[in-house]
Design a protein around this ligand. Structure first.
Ligand SMILES: Nc1ncnc2c1ncn2[C@@H]1O[C@H](COP(=O)(O)OP(=O)(O)OP(=O)(O)O)[C@@H](O)[C@H]1O
Length: 362
């Protein structure tokens, strides 16, 4: 898997941000080894990965808050590698929002245009437009201390967007909010992205948030982008065990493949999936596994003992201990028919070949 996005032809969107061999060392520690990556105009890109994987470092280099150790950054065809944040057509929303506490909502939002000495009428008109975009009409005279977390976040967003940046950078900016507010702001952010058609780059370690917001997700590990694609692509076709495990829940069965047959120690012959001989891991999502109660068969099947069962109303989750001692997670829509098997019952589980992936083991 390459971490380079090559334009594939006339139809692919124009790259707006181009990172060419961009790396960052902190002293003797390489946080980001040389990275080649393009961000297309209009996309909502999530940089996703565990703590310390280098996502904030990449975001800050794009924004001009950190100078790369090597490489070149282009925005809209312009080499910005040596330009500071104020000279770039980027704008960053920080996690703590960074609102000026002694200024009203209106003054906070107007600040950038005021610095540029734009005419009063233009500022008033744009502030009004922003207040409407982030649904804060009527809040213009409030001071930041009198705002909720979600309102402060929206002011920070308006303050960044009023500058009409080519790229809006968001640094875990929903991180400080409670779950319910986060969800409603995720919806708003998505709507705002759609309404203005801008290019957003968002840093998060929360895979559910990345799935909810992004048009494309770049998954990072140890400073490298290990896979990028739409939320659906990275969920359904993870490139390796790390991605499978990081995005959603995954059952991972490690074994070997000979002439396409996958053999997992302790289990009988598992199934067939084309590919080269050698070590292989089969990744299957809990929602792809079926509990086989009748005579039905699947291309992949295992047997085990039901160890737990949780009823969630819309769906049920099971855990089964397989013959090799490993656990398998299963999620099923709540069946309307017969009773569910009891804990301790022998179960047969199976899935279709096109619902699993063979990936290289870690
Ligand atoms: N100023 C610094 N000096 C030395 N090392 C640093 C510095 N800033 C970051 N690092 C290291 O560089 C690596 C990448 O850090 P970075 O903040 O980009 O990760 P991250 O993925 O954004 O993590 P988090 O989600 O925890 O913010 C980490 O190992 C971190 O410890």
């Amino acid at each position: 898997m390459s971490d380079k996005t090559e334009p594939t032809g006339g139809e692919s969107p124009r790259p707006l941000v181009r990172l060419g061999g961009v790396s960052k060392d902190y002293g003797t520690v390489t946080a980001v080894p040389p990275l080649d990556f393009d961000i297309a105009e209009g996309e909502f890109l999530a940089l996703l990965g565990p703590s310390g994987c280098g996502k904030t470092t990449v975001l800050r280099m794009i924004g001009g808050f950190l100078a790369p150790t090597t490489g070149r950054i282009e925005i809209d065809g312009e080499d910005v590698t040596r330009l500071g944040p104020e000279k770039r057509r980027t704008n960053m929303v920080f996690q703590g929002y960074g609102l000026f506490p002694h200024m009203s909502v209106r003054a906070n939002i107007a600040y950038g245009l005021q610095l540029m000495k734009r005419p009063r009428a233009e500022i008033d008109e744009k502030v009004a437009r922003m207040l409407s975009l982030v649904r804060l009409e009527g809040f213009e005279d409030r001071m930041p201390a009198a705002l909720s977390g979600g309102q402060a976040q929206r002011v920070a967003l308006a303050r960044a967007l009023i500058m009409n940046p080519a790229v809006l950078l968001l640094d875990e900016s929903l991180g400080a909010l409670d779950l319910k507010l986060r969800k409603s702001l995720q919806n708003e952010l998505r709507e705002i992205h759609r309404a203005i058609g801008g290019t957003f780059v968002f840093v998060t370690h929360d895979q559910a948030e990345a799935m909810a917001l992004a048009t494309r997700i770049a998954i990072m590990k140890d400073g490298r982008i290990v896979q990028h694609g739409t939320p659906r692509e990275v969920y359904e076709q993870p490139a390796n065990e790390f991605v499978a495990d990081f995005i959603g829940d995954a059952n991972i069965l490690r074994g070997t493949r000979r002439s396409g047959e996958v053999i997992v120690p302790g289990l009988s012959k598992l199934g067939h999936v084309d590919g080269p001989d050698g070590d292989v891991s089969i990744v299957v999502r809990p929602d792809a596994v079926d509990l086989l109660t009748g005579g039905e068969t699947r291309e992949f099947e295992v047997t085990g003992t039901l160890t737990s069962q949780v009823y969630y109303g819309t769906h049920v989750t099971f855990t089964a201990r397989l013959a090799n001692g490993e656990e398998m997670m299963v999620t099923q829509p709540t069946p309307g028919g017969p009773d569910l098997p009891e804990e301790g019952a022998a179960v047969r589980l199976g899935w279709h070949r096109d619902r699993c992936n063979a990936v290289a083991p870690e």
